[in-house]
Design a protein around this ligand. Structure first.
Ligand SMILES: [Zn+2]
Length: 350
């Protein structure tokens, strides 16, 4: 069914048709690369404008290019002189508890795909919380509001865990921001903040866009909601300040992500990008080594329905042991995204 080639599993061509619909869903998955939602609305404002196909970028004037390509940009590097307690590197672990929301793609919900998502809250989350508790490591959990609606025990178990973890917003139902009008995106995002405040007992201060899918309107909405930080963009591997369309610093901290530092695209058994888990461990070790040497951040995006699976969980466990073996005593500051954002913002006088 599958053939191994250069560490990558290729899907047999005969199965292409059979898995085509599944791959469509995978492209929309949280943290999975793809251009989901880019059709017919990537440049929309409230009313929606012409699609990219009708309005190709090579026809744009310089003014238009600047307008379209600088709505959200990277400002100053916010890496502090040193991390709390004199640590050399900040390690920020995040888990996106998508449940089945990530497998909805405008089609009737599939029990098969929803069950795949359900593994996260049902099985993976407990493994993760136990490991974090055993190693005394705090982490951030980004959760679509609908995950908590259907699984209220998720918030309870995260809140009951030691050390204290953070709960951040990950959309209402893992919606694709770039396919929404500004008004609808604003309403769903605001509702998600309110819902999590109620469920988590504390107003969230951080946001991770579903699928890291930032629309042209997302930054403005986050400013209206007065968020402390976002963790959805990739312009750097150090924390930075988000800059708005007029070139103005926004006061919002970006804690950047990367598909390299995400379990989903590496360890998705239904994708042609699949890599064996222990090879992913090697990638993450190399990433950590450089972050440690440079004194910046090492930020991982993981999903309980992916990393929580038995043969993937080994990777997280071994990675934490590797970090412990490489770093000197007190060299690593494990923090929630909130703690890191508060620290760098304060040091930068934001
Ligand atoms: Zn997600």
């Amino acid at each position: 069914m599958h053939t191994e080639r250069s560490g990558t599993v290729r899907i047999d061509r005969r199965l292409t048709t059979a898995v085509a619909s599944a791959l469509t869903v995978l492209l929309a998955a949280c943290g999975a690369p793809g251009d989901s939602g880019r059709s017919g609305g990537s440049y929309l404002g409230e009313s929606g404008q012409a699609s990219a196909a009708e309005d190709p970028a090579w026809d744009w004037s310089e003014e238009r290019i600047r307008e379209e390509m600088t709505r959200v940009t990277a400002g100053r590097d916010l890496t502090p002189e040193q991390w709390p307690g004199g640590a050399r590197v900040a390690v920020l672990l995040s888990f996106d508890v998508d449940d089945g929301t990530v497998h909805l793609d405008g089609r009737p919900p599939s029990p098969r795909d929803l069950s795949r998502g359900a593994y996260g809250p049902r099985r993976g989350l407990e493994r993760i919380l136990d490991l974090l508790s055993e190693r005394e490591i705090p982490a951030s959990f980004f959760i679509p509001a609908v995950t908590l609606m259907l699984n209220p025990e998720v918030a309870d178990s995260i809140r009951a865990a030691e050390p204290a973890h953070e709960i951040g917003v990950h959309g209402w139902i893992h919606e694709q921001n770039t396919s929404l009008s500004r008004r609808r995106e604003r309403r769903l995002t605001g509702r998600a903040f309110d819902y999590l405040e109620e469920a988590a007992g504390r107003r969230p201060v951080g946001y991770r866009a579903p699928s890291w899918d930032f629309s042209p309107n997302t930054l403005g909405i986050l400013r209206e909601l007065d968020v402390l930080y976002d963790s959805s963009l990739m312009a750097d591997d150090r924390p930075y300040e988000l800059v708005g369309p007029e070139g103005e610093p926004t006061g919002i901290v970006e804690l950047p992500v990367s598909w390299i530092l995400d379990d989903w695209p590496h360890m998705n058994p239904m994708s042609d990008r699949y890599a064996p888990p222990r090879e992913v461990l090697r990638v993450w070790q190399d990433e950590f080594d450089v972050a440690y040497r440079e004194g910046t951040i090492f930020l991982l995006t993981m999903h309980p329905q992916v990393i929580g699976r038995r043969s993937r969980f080994v990777v997280l466990r071994d990675l934490l042991s590797y970090i412990e073996s490489r770093a000197g005593e007190g060299d690593v500051w494990y923090a929630t995204h909130r703690q890191a954002a508060e620290y760098v913002a304060e040091r930068a006088g934001m």
